[in-house]
Design a protein around this ligand. Structure first.
Ligand code: AHR
Length: 492
C-alpha cells in the first residue's frame, strides 16, 4: 500500500510569499490581462479588470513582481509617471518590438497592489539603467519628506509614500539583463545595493539576481562575494517538456510528454537542495532567502499568435506542475522565502486567459485556490512511501504531497502524477488524532483537458469525499489519475 506519513512536529512557517505572482510588460499580460483603462467597456475598477482583481483577492495573492523580467532592464521608470497622455511611446525591444505606451507605470502598479492587498516587488533596471535612476525611483516611491522626487510624486497624485517591501537588483544579469559574469555582477550588486536607502519604516528586502537553472557557480560566487549584503538571491527555472528550440505543445501531447513534463517539474526540488547547500556554506543561519521569482511551464506559442507574446493554453498537466512546485516550496520554506509564477495573465503558465471582456480561470488558478490555506501555516514534515511512476527506463514518485497546520486545522495537498492509474493511498498522522472536515479535487478526463471561453468550467475543483478517517486514525483514500487533491482535517 502507498503511504503518506505526516509528522505533526513544529518546523517552519510557510511564508505567504511562496504563493506569489509575476507580471511583465510582455504580450497581453499587463495590457488587457490586468489594465484596460478607466474608459474601457470591460468592467474595471479604476482601470484594472474587475474579474481579475476579484479572482486574485480570492486566492489571497501575497506578492506581485513587476515590471519584468527582461523588460525590467530596459525600463526607465520616469517614462511611466505623470499624465498618461504625455508619457512617451517606447519600443518594447525584447518582446516583439511592439509599442509600449507607458500607460501602466509606477502609480498604476503600486495602487494595484494596494487594491489587491498584496506586497509589491519591484525589479530595478541594472542592465541599462543607472544607480542614480534606481535611487531616485526609491525616493519617489518611499520618501515622505520634502524632496524633489517626493514632490513630483505628490504632483502626480499620490500624497503618502508607498511601502516597498521587496526590490530586485537586476534580472537575469547572466542573460538579457546584461550578459554579465558572476564576478562582475557581484561587484555591481554591491554598488547598487549601497544606494538602496530605507526611507520608510521597514527596511527594503534586497534581492540579487541569481542563477539560471543549475548554474551553481553563479550561486557560489554571488554568495561568496556579496552574500552578506543581500536578503535574497533569486533562481529561475522553467519547465520545458522538450528543448528550447522544440519546446513541445501545450495541448495534444503524447503521454511520454506528460511524464517528461512532470519529471522536469520535480527537478525544482533538486535545484533548491543544491543551490541551498552552497548557500548553507556561506549562510549557515539561513538568513538569505532563495527567491524563485520565475517558475512555470514554457511551451510553443499557440498557432496564429505573436511568437514573442508567449501565449499558451493551460491544462490539467499545468495544474499538476503547479501542485508539484507548491508542495516542493512548502517543504523547503526554511530557505525558499518567495516564489513567483510566470506569469499572471495571457503569458506562459497563466492564471487567467482573456479575450476582450471574456476571461477563463485556468487549472493553474484553481490549484492556487486549493493551496491557499497553506499560506502562513506551520509546515508539517511528511514522507511518501510507495510505488513509483514508470515510463520506459525512467521513474518518478507517483505522489507529490505537503502538509501544514493552522488554527487547529491540518491542510494536506496531494497530487497523483500518473496519467492513467488511480492511486490507493493511506495518510497516517503520527501522534495526533484528526477528523475529516472537507476536501476538493481537480481532475479531468483527458491529459490536455483545459478551460475555454466556450467551456470555462471543464477543469474546476469539485468536492471530494475520499478523506474519511478510520477508527485507527488512518485516512484511506483513492486519488484518481492526473489529480490534485486538497484535504482539510481538524486536529486534536
Ligand atoms: O517570463 C519570461 C522571461 O523569462 C522573463 O522576461 C525573463 O526573466 C525570463 O527569461
Amino acid at each position: 500500500m502507498n503511504r503518506v506519513i505526516v509528522y505533526p512536529e513544529p518546523s517552519w512557517k510557510i511564508p505567504r510569499e511562496i504563493y506569489g505572482h509575476f507580471s511583465e510588460h510582455l504580450g497581453r499580460c499587463i495590457y488587457e490581462g490586468i489594465w484596460v483603462g478607466e474608459d474601457s467597456p470591460i468592467p474595471n475598477i479604476r482601470g484594472y479588470r474587475k474579474d481579475v482583481v476579484e479572482a486574485l483577492r480570492r486566492i489571497r495573492i501575497p506578492v506581485l513582481r513587476w515590471p519584468g523580467g527582461c523588460f525590467a532592464d530596459e525600463y526607465h521608470w520616469k517614462d511611466g509617471v505623470g499624465p498618461r497622455e504625455n508619457r512617451p511611446r517606447r519600443i518594447n525591444t525584447h518582446w516583439g518590438r511592439v509599442i509600449e505606451t507607458n500607460h501602466f507605470g509606477t502609480h498604476e502598479f503600486l495602487d494595484l497592489c494596494e487594491l489587491l492587498g498584496c506586497e509589491p516587488y519591484v525589479a530595478a533596471n541594472v542592465g541599462s539603467g543607472t544607480v542614480q535612476e534606481m535611487g531616485e525611483w526609491i525616493e519617489y516611491m518611499t520618501f515622505g519628506g520634502d524632496s524633489e522626487m517626493a514632490e513630483w510624486r505628490r504632483k502626480n497624485g499620490r500624497e503618502k509614500p508607498w511601502r516597498l517591501p521587496y526590490l530586485g537588483i537586476g534580472n537575469e544579469t547572466w542573460g538579457c539583463g546584461g550578459n554579465m559574469r558572476p564576478e562582475f555582477y557581484a561587484d555591481l550588486y554591491r554598488r547598487y545595493r549601497t544606494y538602496v536607502r530605507d526611507y520608510g519604516e521597514e527596511p527594503i528586502y534586497k534581492i540579487a539576481s541569481g542563477a539560471n537553472v543549475d548554474d551553481y557557480r553563479w550561486t557560489e560566487v554571488l554568495m561568496r562575494e556579496a552574500g552578506h549584503l543581500m536578503d535574497g538571491l533569486s533562481l529561475h527555472y522553467y519547465t520545458v517538456p522538450g528543448t528550447w528550440e522544440e519546446k513541445g505543445a501545450a495541448t495534444g501531447f503524447p503521454e511520454e510528454e506528460w511524464f517528461e513534463t512532470l519529471k522536469k517539474a520535480l527537478f525544482m526540488e533538486t535545484l533548491i537542495v543544491r543551490h541551498g547547500t552552497i548557500m548553507d556554506r556561506y549562510d549557515p543561519e539561513r538568513r538569505v532567502g532563495l527567491i524563485v521569482d520565475e517558475w512555470g511551464t514554457w511551451y510553443r506559442v499557440e498557432d496564429g499568435t505573436h511568437p514573442a507574446f508567449l501565449y499558451q493554453q493551460n491544462t490539467i498537466r499545468d495544474a499538476l506542475v503547479a501542485g508539484i512546485h507548491l508542495n516542493v516550496f512548502n517543504r523547503h520554506a526554511y530557505r525558499v522565502r518567495m516564489a513567483n509564477l510566470a506569469q499572471l495573465a495571457n503569458v506562459l503558465q497563466a492564471l487567467f486567459l482573456t479575450e476582450g471582456e471574456k476571461v477563463v480561470y485556468t487549472p493553474t488558478y484553481h490549484v492556487f485556490d486549493l493551496y491557499a490555506p497553506h499560506q502562513e501555516g506551520e509546515h508539517l514534515p511528511l514522507r511518501y512511501e510507495g510505488d513509483e511512476y514508470r515510463m520506459g527506463k525512467e521513474a518518478i514518485p507517483l505522489v507529490s504531497a505537503s502538509a501544514s497546520r493552522k488554527k487547529g486545522r491540518i491542510h494536506l495537498t496531494l497530487c497523483n502524477l500518473h496519467h492513467e492509474k488511480q492511486v490507493e493511498l493511506t495518510c497516517e498522522f503520527m501522534g495526533t488524532s484528526v477528523a475529516y472536515r472537507e476536501g476538493h479535487i481537480l481532475t479531468a478526463d483527458t491529459l490536455d483537458a483545459h478551460n475555454t471561453f466556450e467551456d470555462p468550467d471543464r477543469v474546476v475543483p469539485r468536492p471530494f469525499d475520499g478523506g474519511v478517517v478510520s477508527k485507527e486514525g488512518v485516512v484511506r483514500t483513492a486519488l484518481p489519475p492526473r489529480s490534485v487533491v486538497a484535504l482539510n482535517f481538524s486536529s486534536g
